[in-house]
Write a protein that binds this ligand. Structure first.
Ligand code: UD1
Ligand code: CA
Length: 469
């Protein structure tokens, strides 16, 4: 039987220590926002019927982000204004949860490294134990600002004390509160009417429900996690950098175990959503963000920036380039210094060379765009050769319309041509170097728009003679 589960994610705080105009939870970590990472882990649990996000500071921005990213998911945003503490934040969900007779999983929007696997073990342990409340903890050598788990002599949990409220003895405790809780809502809900803001920060502390639960004689448990890094909370830019490095390092370790080479792992960042096939080599300076797939024997880098939604088949080479939202077929090469974006579809055996930009275009097999070209809103057939410095002039700034260029199989475009869209170059046609093409070119013909070459013989001699007179 599936047991009913709702999640509450606390995301109303300003994140003062970030010193940012952006709400803390909208800061990015390897291609996803902090809150996306938390929500994605929550939705890895298979029985979540609602995810409530408590918003406050710049609520509208957070809500817009959620709507855009999770339009098809059961997410409810609830405003907490003013922000009176984590206990007050959960209390805001009270009306929504009236009559709910299941488990409420509470998490913070600023702990992006928590895995779906750990959450699932946590929820299962809580539900199997029959506890009214379970707190997630970790053992830290340097417990810093985290709340401390204070245990009774027999090992049972007694309460949580915030670092700011702790005495020396409590401060020395190394077991810390991860800020993740499972509550049996019907049993714990009354606590939110009783907790007070009588503490160092003058806030309603969510952590006070532990003490409350123990005093009521309810079964109150602690679940200690193994991978400490997972509960890492982001409160500053230093924390964000640290978390980014940690997440990337774990991913790189896993990929190396699967047979991928990293020449200099410490100089490489890889999102956990990036899959890379066996015997691929990743050179230093690569940043691979978001969701990507690379096949076997790929070569990435040096200094390649992958922004997400990239799929590349086997034997693809991308050198010193920027790629996002694109597909690259097997044996194709991109770069150095190229950019593929906005739905570039590159088939197999294609060469996209140096200083070439491809945007929203389809490039078919064995076609070369080798140097200094812009291919935008275009269809390129197979076996096409695009000479250096060719531009598809797709944009009409007066109408603001982007027009299409169609270049069919076997076409050869000479160097330094402008193809003014909308225009079609039919199969096997040739365009002479330096041409500006404004009309369709029929198949197998040659189009040329340049001036005939003039030659003035002995011009240099004549000029010099004139100067010396
Ligand atoms: C909290 C815990 C602490 C724990 C730590 C783990 C409390 C009182 N303390 O401390 O024991 O070790 O998390 O990371 O709970 N928020 C709101 N509304 C508010 C206040 C905060 O939604 O009124 C949100 C914040 O946006 C944030 C989360 O709650 O996502 C945690 O708040 P934060 O101020 O970062 O708490 P910590 O001091 O880290
Ligand atoms: Ca925090």
């Amino acid at each position: 039987m599936k047991r009913s589960l709702k999640a509450i994610i606390l995301a109303a705080g300003k994140g003062t220590r970030m010193k940012s105009l952006l709400p803390k939870v909208l800061h990015g970590i390897l291609g996803k926002t902090l809150i996306e990472r938390v929500i994605d882990s929550v939705f890895k649990l298979d029985n979540v019927d609602e995810c409530i996000v408590i918003t406050g500071y710049q609520a509208q921005e957070v809500e817009n982000h959620l709507k855009e990213r999770y339009f098809d998911k059961p997410i409810t945003a609830i405003l907490q204004e003013p922000q009176l503490g984590t206990g007050d934040a959960v209390f805001k969900a009270h009306n929504n949860l009236k009559g709910f007779d299941g488990t409420v999983l509470v998490l913070c929007g600023d702990t992006p490294l928590l895995s779906g696997k750990t959450l699932s073990e946590f929820v299962k342990t809580h539900q199997d134990s029959g506890s009214a409340l379970t707190v997630m903890s970790a053992i830290f050598e340097d417990p810093g600002d985290y709340g401390r788990i204070i245990r009774e002599k027999d090992g049972g949990v007694m309460k949580i004390v915030e670092a700011k409220d702790a005495n020396e003895q409590q401060k020395a405790v190394k077991e810390i509160n991860a800020g993740v809780y499972c509550l049996q809502w019907q049993q714990i809900a009354p606590a939110f009417f009783e907790i007070t803001a009588d503490n160092a920060q003058g806030e309603y502390y969510l952590t006070d429900i532990v003490d409350w639960s123990v005093r009521k004689g309810l079964k109150t448990s602690v679940f200690t996690i193994e991978n400490n890094y997972e509960i890492y909370g982001i409160n500053s830019r230093q924390h964000l950098a640290e978390a980014t490095k940690t997440l990337s390092n774990i991913t790189i370790e896993t990929l190396m175990d699967q047979g991928v080479s990293f020449i200099s792992p410490e100089n490489t960042l890889v999102s956990p959503e990036t899959l890379i096939g066996q015997d691929s080599v990743v050179y230093p300076g690569c940043i691979l963000e978001g969701e990507n797939y690379f096949g076997k024997n790929c070569i990435l880098g040096p200094n390649t920036f992958v922004e997400g939604d990239v799929k590349a088949d086997d034997n693809v080479k991308i050198i010193q380039s920027k790629v996002s939202d694109s597909y690259i077929g097997s044996n194709s090469t991109v770069g150095p210094f190229a950019q593929l974006r906005n739905h570039a579809e590159i088939a197999r055996d294609v060469r996209i060379g140096n200083f070439v930009e491809v945007k929203n275009s389809q490039v078919n097999s064995s076609t070369n765009v080798s140097h200094l070209s812009y291919i935008g809103d275009a269809y390129l057939g197979a076996n096409v050769n695009i000479g250096a410095g060719t531009i598809t002039a797709n944009y009409d700034p007066l109408t603001r319309i982007k027009n299409k260029t169609r270049i069919e199989n076997g076409v050869k475009i000479g160097s330094n041509c402008v193809l003014v869209a909308p225009v079609t170059i039919e199969q096997n046609a040739n365009v002479g170097a330096g041409s500006v093409i404004t009309k369709d070119v029929p198949h197998s013909s040659l189009a040329l728009t340049r001036e005939k070459q003039k030659v003035i013989e002995n011009w240099v001699e004549k000029k010099l003679n004139k100067l010396n007179q």
